[in-house]
Write a protein that binds this ligand. Sequence first.
Ligand SMILES: Nc1nc2c(ncn2[C@@H]2O[C@H](COP(=O)(O)OP(=O)(O)OP(=O)(O)O)[C@@H](O)[C@H]2O)c(=O)[nH]1
Length: 318
Amino acid sequence: MAAASRAVAERIPLVDLILEVRDARIPLSSEYDQLRNFPSSSKRIIVLNKMDLANRSEIKCLKFLQAQVKEVKKIDHSSYTATIMLVGIPNVGKSALANSLHQIGRISAAEKGKLKRATVSPIPGETRDISSLKIGSHPNVYVLDTPGILPPDILDVEVCSKLALTGAIKDCLVGEKELAQYFLSILNRSDEYKKWEKLSTEENEGSTIDQRVGCLGSSELDTRQKRQYPTDHTQDFVVREVRRALFETISSFPGSLEKEKDLSRLIETQFTVLREAFRVASESGEDVENKVAAKLLNLYRTGRLGHYTLDSLPRNIQ
Ligand SMILES: Nc1nc2c(ncn2[C@@H]2O[C@H](COP(=O)(O)OP(=O)(O)OP(=O)(O)O)[C@@H](O)[C@H]2O)c(=O)[nH]1
């Protein structure tokens, strides 16, 4: 990261535009540290990615960038080349954005030929080198995809949890169980779960979650799991079960969610009921909790447990 950081710093004065890509779920915590003291100028544009942009918006984004490049160069003919550098912390989607712009740019310029591809991966830190992709002709516009960079020390525990939850740093740096608990604390205090109310009133196989957790033996759970749920959480009904379990535990909770102790008690209960919702067979306590945590994080990250902005934003930009 130190070498990448130097390489990016060297290029900052050379490029025409800098696109700082941030994760829309953590627009403050995903700030790119190297640009913190960057003088405010029209050279820098902040892009909030991961809003699951439709193609239409990407085309708009490309047109906007081409207009910005013309503005920066202050000339309007085809004899120059402009460069835009994408910077950001790991895993915010810089490479995915570079690929989309490249693909649309090449098509809109009616240029044939093989498209290049920047490496896109859910694992943070996969982009190791700076690569250049053409995104426009007349004038020629190139986008530079750069490795994700974080400051050497992140001392704030909450910022660390946010970065891990959104995939900028590896889960093991915080711990999967701790991350899942952190996510549940956000979900429990949000309104997202209220959308799942109708699941609770639907037919529920004639039993409550508590009864089912109590009466399912490990071998029975094992057999059911093997017979019916080979890929469990990827199936819709498991998502429904998880949502229902979360709705029921939160809405029937007698404590105060503002009190840390009560919140921890609720999260503990949720881990128990989620075991059944995810069809995790009984094993030693820690293994079960880790499996539940991994499955819960997976559902959150694929957007199936609601959408959350984890940073508290000033009212005027919410
Ligand atoms: N849901 C969603 N996922 C996205 C979006 N953009 C990128 N991703 C996913 O986010 C992950 C990271 O994307 P990359 O483009 O590799 O991120 P990066 O910023 O280049 O990552 P580094 O190599 O760590 O710097 C991949 O799994 C992408 O599929 C988006 O707009 N919405």
